[in-house]
Design a protein around this ligand. Structure first.
Ligand SMILES: Nc1ncnc2c1ncn2[C@@H]1O[C@H](COP(=O)(O)OP(=O)(O)O)[C@@H](O)[C@H]1O
Ligand SMILES: O=P(O)(O)O[C@H]1O[C@H](CO)[C@@H](O[C@H]2O[C@H](CO)[C@@H](O)[C@H](O)[C@H]2O)[C@H](O)[C@H]1O
Length: 500
């Protein structure tokens, strides 16, 4: 850890402004330039952050931390026996993993949202949530811990969301007509996630984005637009909170979204695996999922901007895929032998563009897979419905990209890859059944989609192959960074796609 870690805020970073009704405690009022608080937290955070599932910079040493904003959501009691709740936006600085290579993000690294509990003694049940015990600064001698594990502190968040208004740099908003009852018990979800989610009394779920960037998050923007359009496939946001980005005129950055919790639902991934282990048919569910996806696409195209991609624009898409392949291959050596074979899929798209080919583009889900769809009982209790969640897009892409337009086949390719992922879990034990399962469900999904959308989602075979390849390349990088034990799953697809 370099000295830079404790050297404070950038020029122009603004202090947490006082709460309209309850002024911040003196300790935080002294955090306008962050240093005293950061001095307390630097050591503990430097050890804790890189171990978090949602930490995006794995594999690159952390060289510094900057405090962007600090807001006290709940003051702790004078003696520290009753916990306080701190909301922090912290920017990391990291060096490149390859000696001599330039830093990945010369603008200063990634920004993370942290919710920290602070108290004198930590009850044993909260021991696994410990971030650290600062040895200096205003939090010296106290226990600092991940607040979402503490039901009492998690409840503070939903209480804030019930009442729209501002607190420091944070703004809390609520959808007109949304009723959020008080006193709902909180529980943190322990799923494998890119973010963190808290469920309140089986009525609501609050998703807290971890790596955040200035601008509205599509996981708020798209569900709000879909709710307004009356699309019944997406839980409508009930409340959200945002932060003003210090010193810029950009849109506020989205920090959290509260939406109805679909009690009794199961995600598509669990259901697909269950079908495989029971050797049961899944094609009716895959067909219905294709229909649901098409309905969401149709509603997005009606509610938000659309366009047509052709000529140089489409060639640029192919070039972007090639760049992502090059980046992934430089990070994951196992990809390198397949670069030429995979690149052929992108060349075909460029040739399609040069020959006058085009495709319609619109806002998309951006990271559609079986874990992003929930099957829940319908209101009448007679059947079940597919819901689509998590419109954030691929977490590793810049926000600007994730808010861009693309052809619907991109989402379709994501889901087709997911059937392959599910089958891969049982390839060794089920052999040809797993292969046949994947083929049948990919076909059923495309049929369902075509029926509801009025046409085959693939457009041209070249586009589908290119987007499947692009997704598999993304997955290789994702697995190498987050789940190395799963790397072989997308690598099997890479070998197949490169030979096609
Ligand atoms: N509205 C909801 N109702 C029930 N469960 C939900 C709902 N939204 C999300 N979940 C659960 O939370 C998990 C994580 O949500 P998700 O939005 O995918 O977060 P992340 O981006 O962190 O992966 C999902 O896999 C699902 O199990
Ligand atoms: O956390 P998110 O759901 O936003 O998405 C990321 O994590 C996913 C894994 O949890 C990852 O999906 C890959 O694994 C899935 C099985 O776990 C599989 O169904 C998907 O097809 C596969 O892409 C996703 O890529 C990543 O962005």
């Amino acid at each position: 850890m370099s000295d830079a870690m404790s050297d404070g805020l950038p020029e122009g970073a603004s202090p947490a402004s006082p709460h309209r009704t309850a002024p911040a405690r003196p300790a935080l009022a002294s955090a306008p330039h962050g240093s005293p608080l950061l001095r307390s937290l630097t050591g503990p955070l430097a050890r804790w952050l890189p171990r978090q599932r949602w930490f995006a910079g794995k594999g690159r040493p952390l060289t510094g931390l900057t405090l962007i904003s600090a807001t006290e959501l709940l003051p702790r009691s004078e003696d520290g026996s009753a916990p306080g709740l701190l909301h922090l936006l912290v920017r990391t600085r990291q060096s490149s993993s390859q000696p001599g290579a330039p830093p990945r993000d010369p603008s200063g690294g990634d920004c993370y949202q942290l919710l920290l509990g602070v108290r004198a003694g930590l009850p044993p049940a909260l021991a696994p949530a410990l971030v650290g015990r600062p040895t200096e600064g205003p939090l010296r001698g106290l226990a600092v811990y991940e607040a979402l594990h503490d039901a009492r502190l998690a409840a503070v968040l939903v209480e804030r969301l019930r009442t729209p208004g501002r607190l420091g740099t944070l703004t809390f908003g609520r959808a007109g007509g949304a009723e959020i009852p008080g006193g709902l018990p909180a529980r943190l979800l322990t799923n494998e996630q890119s973010n963190s989610s808290v469920v309140y009394g089986d009525s609501f779920i609050l998703k807290l984005f971890r790596r955040v960037s200035p601008g509205v998050n599509p996981d708020l923007e798209l569900p709000l637009a879909l709710a307004e359009a009356g699309c019944p496939r997406v839980p409508a946001p009930a409340a959200w909170f945002e932060a003003a980005w210090p010193g810029t005129g950009t849109e506020p950055l989205t920090l959290g979204v509260l939406q109805p919790f679909l009690a009794g639902s199961a995600d598509g991934w669990q259901l697909a695996l269950r079908s495989l282990t029971r050797r049961a048919d899944f094609t009716a569910a895959a067909h219905a999922l294709g229909r649901a996806t098409a309905e969401v696409h149709t509603a997005l195209a009606a509610a938000l901007p659309t366009g047509v991609l052709a000529g140089a624009g489409l060639e640029e898409v192919a070039a972007g895929m090639n760049d992502r392949l090059a980046e992934a291959a430089s990070a994951v050596p196992a990809l390198r032998p397949y670069r030429a074979g995979l690149g052929r899929a992108y060349e075909e798209v460029a040739a399609f563009a040069r020959n006058g080919g085009s495709c319609a583009v619109q806002r998309l889900h951006g990271d559609l897979h079986l874990g992003q769809v929930l099957c829940a009982p319908d209101r009448a209790g007679r059947g079940s419905l597919w819901w689509v969640i998590d419109f954030e897009g691929e977490p590793a892409r810049p926000l600007e990209d994730r808010r861009g337009l693309g052809p619907p086949v991109r989402d379709v390719a994501g889901m087709l890859r997911s059937f392959d992922y599910a089958a891969a879990q049982h390839r060794e034990s089920l052999g040809s059944f797993a292969e046949a399962w994947s083929r049948a469900n990919r076909t059923a999904f495309r049929r369902g989609y075509a029926e509801a959308a009025g046409g085959d989602p693939a457009g041209t075979a070249a586009l589908l192959r290119a987007y499947e390849t692009d997704k598999a390349v993304y997955e290789v990088l994702y697995e190498a960074r987050h789940r190395p034990g799963w790397l072989e799953v997308p690598m099997t697809a890479i070998r197949r796609l490169a030979a096609a």
